[in-house]
Design a protein around this ligand. Sequence first.
Ligand SMILES: [Zn+2]
Ligand SMILES: [Zn+2]
Length: 260
Amino acid sequence: MMKKKDQMSASPRSSNLSGLLVLRKWMKGATDLLFPLSCPVCGTSILADGHTLCPECVQDISLIRSPLCTTCGREMTDSAAGDHCCDRCLRKPPPYSSARAVAHYREPVSALLHRLKYQGETAVIPVLQEIIGMQPLCTLQEGEMVIPVPLHISRLRQRGFNQALILAKLFFANRKERILIDTLIRVRHTVAQTGLDGLARRKNLHQAFAVCFPERVRKRKIVLVDDVFTTGTTVSECSRMLLRAGATEVRVVTLARVRE
Ligand SMILES: [Zn+2]
Ligand SMILES: [Zn+2]
């Protein structure tokens, strides 16, 4: 026993150091084995239990909750009367029949969307898929077709993908055959809507969209998918074009919604 201890204490310092490194490496390996994933938002190690986010980041997601406006889908914070049509939609009904969103456009949803759109980080897609699963918006009615809000071809070339199409595939993962691409197109390159007021937004999008194959939407119910519902100007303009082409109804589904 003594002999062994003597041997250990007699070992050179470098060997102690390398022993420590081996131990650290082993512990890291063991931790990685237990927590092989890290939360893509905050970096915390997470259990491989099928969740893509850590529990704290899941808690930060602000889901849209009833009572809602049955038309535009905005949260009615001042009402205890349940879902009903808001004054704004009663006064001036939008062209779409309803708009629904999964969550409020704030962290971590806003950051994840930003990373997808502007940094091309496709690694966030499974996280968005999990967030989409938090609301029951993924069902299609009989005969309903899905159309993503299109990008202008120049923006599409620059970005390489249309985030609305990615989201449409996440919302309706088992019904991808219902997704119509190249049906509604953006014919005019418009400036970003951010920073424009209501009238300027409408002017900016005037005649920005066109329906290429009206026969695909004629007498059809359409689900229009976009990433963020801000003022509803974009989805309203798209809805108008689809209804003009003969669609019987347009309902809007978005991942996020800007709180008014
Ligand atoms: Zn986290
Ligand atoms: Zn409303």
